[in-house]
Design a protein around this ligand. Structure first.
Ligand SMILES: Cc1cc2nc3c(=O)[nH]c(=O)nc-3n(C[C@H](O)[C@H](O)[C@H](O)COP(=O)(O)OP(=O)(O)OC[C@H]3O[C@@H](n4cnc5c(N)ncnc54)[C@H](O)[C@@H]3O)c2cc1C
Length: 257
């Protein structure tokens, strides 16, 4: 089974985001693999273990995105590819999806392509769906468990109300929910292997894309979230009982309960 997993490098979730001159900045915070994509890598590796085959991890980004790719290699992916081209600098989700679809086609023979449910910086949650549309493959989102059987896939989806079972044919695009299982830690051997990995860099021309379409979604402005006024009040008293009673009265008075 030939499997692909698409990952994005994003600022660490603890990074302090600011807006400077209309651009989002995260200062010198660390860049990491998008946390939702760790579940996608786990899903891909579980399928490799169940069915055999190999997993190729792809990221579109700058040279530093190789670090996120190395994390995926250290977790157990077999190959990694970075797609990096200045023409993608202001690309929207459609441009990213067209590039990923072309990369998946170039790899060839892929039967399952995994994505995270969304990127924690852009939060669009559409790249997987658009890529599936461009490939002409079915798309199944929020997979909690996956079983492949003779050219088709049976997926249990995690939805708010419970679980839903859906089926589709291979090749398929899937996004992973966190119920797929805790992402594994990179092994020591994996880290050593990944540190020596030679990661090829593909340009758009290598994918047969001569020009990226102009973004049909533009970002006219970006603003920081308004600061919320928070007032802190310490509840004091002579005993735990007295403090608890005072606290309960305040909660009731504020209609929190
Ligand atoms: C400098 C800059 C300018 C931009 N300008 C625009 C603009 O003008 N208009 C606009 O709409 N957007 C713009 N973007 C946003 C960018 O195109 C988004 O990253 C893209 O739309 C994907 O959306 P998302 O990040 O919300 O991913 P989601 O759709 O939330 O991601 C879902 C999943 O898709 C996969 N994925 C997403 N991105 C990648 C990637 N790069 N490589 C591999 N897999 C990936 C991951 O599995 C991820 O979990 C800009 C970004 C930058 C850095």
């Amino acid at each position: 089974m030939k499997i692909v997993v698409c990952i994005k490098q994003v600022p660490d979730s603890a990074a302090k985001m600011t807006v400077e001159n209309g651009r989002v900045s995260w200062g010198d915070a660390q860049l990491v693999m998008n946390p939702w994509d760790e579940f996608a890598v786990e899903a891909a590796l579980l399928q490799k273990e169940a069915l055999g085959g190999d997993v190729t991890v792809i990221s579109i980004g700058k040279e530093e995105a190789k670090e996120a790719l190395k994390t995926a290699l250290a977790m157990g992916c077999n190959e990694a590819v970075l797609v990096s081209d200045p023409a993608l600098a202001n690309g929207d989700s459609l441009a990213i999806a067209q590039t990923l679809a072309a990369a998946i086609k170039k790899i060839g023979g892929v039967e399952m392509a995994f994505f995270g449910r969304q990127a924690i910086d852009g939060d669009m949650g559409v790249t997987s769906v658009m890529t599936a549309r461009l490939l002409g493959w079915p798309m199944i989102s929020l997979a909690a468990s996956i079983k492949v059987n003779a050219g088709s896939v049976r997926v249990e989806r995690s939805i708010e109300e419970g679980r839903q079972v859906v089926e589709g044919n291979l090749p398929v695009v899937l996004s992973a929910s966190k119920d797929i299982g805790e992402p594994r830690y990179p092994s020591f051997m994996g880290i050593r292997k990944a540190s020596k990995a030679n990661i090829p860099v593909w340009k758009l021309a290598d994918l047969g894309i001569s020009s990226v379409p102009q973004s049909i979604i533009r970002w006219p402005s970006v603003a920081e979230a308004p600061v919320r006024e928070v007032v802190t009040e310490m509840v004091t008293g002579g005993s735990a009982q007295e403090i608890a009673e005072k606290l309960a009265d305040k909660i009731l008075a504020e209609k929190v309960l």
